[in-house]
Structure formats: structure tokens, C-alpha cells
Design a binder for this molecule. Structure first.
Ligand code: CUA
Length: 315
């Protein structure tokens, strides 16, 4: 029935039903009180209408304490229900499961560029397997965009100079609209695409038809060599820059006594603005790579540094 009456997009993720349930509850509460108030306005207008030209209004009655309490406590209870319910949905939307499949997204006027860990790259299309949570890590080359898939009920701003993330767990195979939901220039309305949710075996087949360029980490590795990062960042720590082996996720000491956690934002900053945070015991000699590496390449480099981590742990 819903497909004939397209008031609502299809529900195609585990979050969709929860978002809709909350939304319908809010609509229900609003409709109930709108009707109640409008009905009472009309009823009282008739019941307490002025009956003659000479009729004077009665003296105001003393405030009814019980009534005051009732009409304060009931709305308070309703708003607390809305608060607790929304908060629980909000936390679910913002906490991706640990085993989620990761895909990187770079927005640019006016297209979506997506990179899979295995190396596949897509433009304005995202292929994902059914039955698995997917986490998108997103950034922008230029202005603010917003990644929006109505069928999954998820929307997240994509910002330049920062990583944002979103996740969803598709529940139905199919083809779903992807939109940019933040006005980003002339062709904003054309910044659209499709998310393809495929049966796992179809997805495997799709993956194996790859580009042959290697995984994201492998491409990062190559870039690391090409940009001559290896001259200073030697694995044994004897170079002019710190060794990057196993560094991801660690807390490092900085010159000046502060500490920083090595995460995506730290690595991005260290590549683009190397002087911003200097690791303790090292000289500020690294040149900036601003303008030399694209956002997509930054993600490859980050993925490479992460891969050094997993090799180190040996799992
Ligand atoms: Cu990108 Cu609107």
C-alpha cells in the first residue's frame, strides 16, 4: 500500500522503522493536542459567549491548584518520553557497530566519490552487501555537502577539513536514491546517485570485478613511497620523522608536553599542517603536503598507516 502512496520513502534499513515510529508518535501527539485545543476554543467560545449588551464578565475565580498541576505534569511527562525516546534513537544513529564495513566518501562540487577498502572506486554509486552494517567516513574537497539516503533514514553533513561518519544496516536488496541535502552551488540538485544493496554473493562478484589498483592501503603504501615519505619515516625509527609502525590509535607525546591521539584527524593534520603538532623529540622539518595530495589520497595514506598497525599486532 505504501508504495502506491509515496508519502514516505521505503523503509530499507534497521533504523528506518525506529525513526518512523518516533516521527509518527510526534505527529500523533501534535494532531491530538491541535484537535483538543481547537475543539476547546470553539466549545468555550460558544459556551461562554456574551449573551447580552449589558452582561459584565464575572469576577475571576481563584486559581484551581489541582488543574494547574495536572496541565503542567502531563506535558512534562510527554516531553520527557519524547526526550528519552529521541535520545535512544539518536545514540543508535551515532554509534556504528564495530564490525561495520567501511567505505570512504569524498564529496566534491558536484559529485560523490566513493572508495572501498578492497580498492574499488565509484562515482555517484555505492554498492554494498545485504545483511551487513556499513560505515561511511566522509569528507569534502570544497564546500559543505550532505549525504542523504531517505530509504535508510540517515543524513549527515560532509565537511571540508574534517571527517564525519554515518552508518546504516540495509535490510532489503534494491536500488535507493542518494541525495546531496545541503545547497552546495549551481549543480547541487544534480549531485545525486544510487545505493545498490546486493545479495552477498552478487556483492562478492562485483568486488572481484575490481580495477586491479590494489587495496586502499596498498595504494596508500605506493603513495607513501612516491611522495618520498619513507626518507624520513623509517620503520625502525632511525629517520628524521617518527616511525609510523603501530602508531595508529596510540597516544603520542608532543613538544611542549601535550599529548595527542593518533586518529584520522591527527594524521590528516600532520600531513597538511605538519607544524601544528610536533612529536616529542623531533624537529619541525616536515614540509606541508597541502595541495599535493587530494582528499582521496589522504584517505589512502591514513589507511596505509592503519595497515601498519594491524601488521604490528599480527592478527
Ligand atoms: Cu553537494 Cu549539495
Amino acid at each position: 500500500m505504501r508504495s502506491q502512496l509515496p508519502l514516505f520513502p521505503e523503509q530499507a534499513s534497521t533504523l528506518a522503522g525506529q525513526v518512523d515510529a518516533l516521527y509518527f508518535f510526534l505527529i500523533g501527539v501534535s494532531v491530538f493536542f491541535s484537535l483538543l485545543i481547537a475543539g476547546l476554543v470553539i466549545y468555550f467560545a460558544v459556551k461562554y459567549r456574551r449573551r447580552s449588551e449589558t452582561e459584565a464578565p464575572p469576577e475571576p475565580a481563584a486559581p484551581a491548584v489541582t488543574l494547574e498541576i495536572v496541565w503542567s505534569v502531563i506535558p512534562l511527562a510527554i516531553s520527557m518520553i519524547i526526550f528519552a525516546w529521541s535520545a535512544s534513537v539518536f545514540f543508535k544513529i551515532n554509534r556504528p557497530p564495530d564490525d561495520a564495513l567501511e567505505v570512504y566518501v569524498v564529496a566534491q562540487q558536484w559529485m560523490w566519490k566513493l572508495q572501498h577498502m578492497e580498492g574499488q572506486r565509484e562515482i555517484n554509486e555505492l554498492h554494498i552487501p545485504l545483511g551487513r552494517a556499513v560505515r561511511l567516513k566522509m569528507t569534502s574537497e570544497d564546500v559543505i555537502h550532505s549525504f542523504y539516503v531517505p530509504a535508510f533514514r540517515v543524513k549527515q553533513d560532509v565537511l571540508p577539513g574534517r571527517y564525519t561518519q554515518m552508518w546504516f544496516h540495509p535490510t532489503k536488496p534494491g536500488k535507493y536514491h542518494l541525495f546531496c541535502a545541503e545547497y552546495c552551488g549551481t549543480k547541487h540538485s544534480g549531485m545525486i546517485g544510487w545505493v545498490y544493496v546486493m545479495a552477498p554473493q552478487d556483492y562478492e562478484a562485483w568486488l572481484s570485478g575490481g580495477t586491479g589498483e590494489g587495496t586502499l592501503a596498498a595504494r596508500g603504501d605506493k603513495l607513501f613511497q612516491d611522495l618520498a615519505c619513507t626518507n624520513c619515516h623509517k620503520a625502525d625509527g632511525s629517520g628524521r620523522g617518527p616511525s609510523l609502525e603501530g602508531i595508529y590509535g596510540k597516544t603520542v607525546e608532543l613538544e611542549g608536553g601535550q599529548k595527542a591521539v593518533v586518529n584520522d584527524d591527527y594524521l590528516r593534520e600532520s600531513i597538511l599542517s605538519p607544524q601544528a603538532k610536533i612529536a616529542k623529540g623531533y624537529q619541525p622539518v616536515m614540509p606541508t603536503f597541502q595541495g599535493l595530495v587530494s582528499e582521496e589520497q589522504l584517505l589512502q595514506l591514513i589507511e596505509y598507516v592503519k595497515s601498519l598497525q594491524t601488521q604490528k599486532v599480527g592478527q
